[in-house]
Design a protein around this ligand. Structure first.
Ligand code: GLC
Length: 438
């Protein structure tokens, strides 16, 4: 029997929060956000990120949901990914958003801008998916499900992953340096992050330009018919550090899955790509003077300047040289930069663009300060992989506290811990996984 009292979260008892109860609350949330759809004579299941604000299926959100499902119901986690894999294109791309209920999408402009469908707001012109993709977390998600017991899923998922990662290597690496390029900031999962301001010609607090100039890139992509040759001929594509860190880490996961399935050629391909990409990351994106990595923009690989969470993300990579990891750690644990009372802010506290909220002057501009559970989850693993159990444990404790006080929220104010953004948000349940990874 629950001893929860008014004002407390369901997993808090008089004796304090229990991990078991918090796990149950996570499971209940993913279950409450689950949608079941009949399509092509089959049933499909997935969780929306948040019922009010995000009523579709998103790629990396589903990857995170599947990881959390692996803790208590791997079969449900496999279904989460199956409903995404259904929409893989013949060229291997897995779209970043699936509009299972197209009528929820057609009155908004962005689904039309981000799809290849003929332009138009009439009910007949309802996009089914976007033409974008998102950070490639799917190999990690499949690996977690397989290790949790869904061994049969490997044979089903591996060909999909094979085509997807080969698509990224073949089509998304115009300069052949093994780092992959995004065609608009909305592919990085970090919409409106200050890391992209310079490239779109917007000042740190120019709300109007941030919104208009970022969407202008999408208008150009739409007018180019999402033809990658035409898009990469422009100078606004980028090699994003969060995307490329996840790319490298997931190539390693893909290699392990391929070895498990007895496919040494695929394993060797993925290992080699991961090694080349890490080498390029160090040669091109590492700034030894500042001790941080920076995003690369356009064919001239112009470095972004703002200190954002992307700059720290390569800490996740276990093969990162120890001296580089140490420099990143110094920034991550600096109270004036990233070690805020509730770490880790998506933008350093001492950046002019830093904001406590996910709205600026009432306009939704996310990833400009507040912290999110998915980036905390990556950095927590990075700390563990680089032998920093003390900091890892502090980060897990603060993350747990955020969820205990504010619920499974999209973002949290990195200084006060106040929940901001969407409520009852799926990937915030990664806080539970973080507790088990200690
Ligand atoms: C926002 C986030 C993106 C996420 C999506 C759905 O667009 O920036 O990362 O996938 O919401 O949760």
């Amino acid at each position: 029997m629950s001893t929860a009292v008014a004002g407390k979260k369901p997993w808090m008892t008089d004796a304090g929060p229990t991990l078991g109860a918090m796990r149950e609350a996570a499971r209940a949330l993913l279950q409450a956000n689950t949608e079941s759809v009949e399509y092509e004579g089959r049933s499909w299941r997935y969780s929306v990120p948040s019922t009010g604000s995000y009523p579709h299926q998103w790629l990396w959100d589903s990857g995170f949901h599947a990881i959390v499902w692996s803790l208590f119901d791997p079969a449900r986690g496999c279904d989460e990914l199956r409903s995404l894999f259904r929409w893989q294109r013949p060229n291997g791309l897995i779209p970043h958003v699936i509009f299972w209920h197209p009528k929820r999408a057609y009155l908004h402009i962005w689904p039309h801008l981000e799809s290849t469908d003929r332009w138009g707001l009439r009910p007949g012109n309802r996009p089914r998916t976007t033409a974008l993709t998102q950070p490639p977390v799917l190999a990690t998600a499949v690996e977690r499900l397989v290790l949790a017991g869904a061994e049969d899923f490997l044979a089903e998922a591996l060909p999909v992953l094979d085509r997807y990662y080969h698509y990224l290597a073949a089509e998304r690496d115009p300069d052949r340096d093994a780092l992959i390029s995004t065609i608009v900031q909305f592919e990085t999962g970090l919409d409106f992050s200050s890391a992209y301001d310079q490239a779109i010609g917007a000042g740190p607090r120019s709300v109007f330009k941030l919104v208009v100039n970022s969407r202008r890139v999408e208008i150009r992509n739409k007018l180019a018919g999402y033809d990658l040759r035409r898009i990469f001929a422009r100078e606004d594509h980028a090699e994003d550090l969060l995307v490329n860190t996840i790319w490298i880490d997931n190539l390693k996961a893909l290699a392990r899955l391929a070895r498990r399935a007895g496919q040494p050629d695929l394993a060797a391909w993925a290992e080699t790509k991961a090694t080349q990409a890490l080498q390029s990351l160090l040669e091109r994106a590492w700034d030894p003077a500042r001790g941080l990595f920076f995003n690369l923009v356009g064919s001239g690989e112009i470095r972004a300047r703002a200190k954002t969470i992307q700059c720290l993300l390569p800490l996740l990579l276990e093969d990162l040289p120890a001296d580089v990891a140490e420099r990143l750690l110094a920034h991550l644990t600096d109270r004036r930069e990233f070690w805020s009372p509730y770490p880790v802010p998506s933008v350093a506290l001492d950046e002019p663009s830093y904001s406590d909220d996910s709205h600026i002057h009432g306009i939704r501009l996310i990833w400009r300060g507040p912290c999110s559970m998915n980036t905390n989850w990556f950095l927590h693993q990075g700390l563990l992989r680089h032998g920093e159990a003390g900091y890892a444990s502090q980060l897990a404790d603060r993350s747990r506290e955020l969820v205990e006080k504010g619920g499974f929220n999209e973002f949290f104010d990195a200084r006060s811990g106040r929940p901001v953004g969407a409520k009852k948000f799926g990937w915030a349940t990664l806080a539970v996984d973080m507790q088990s990874l200690r």
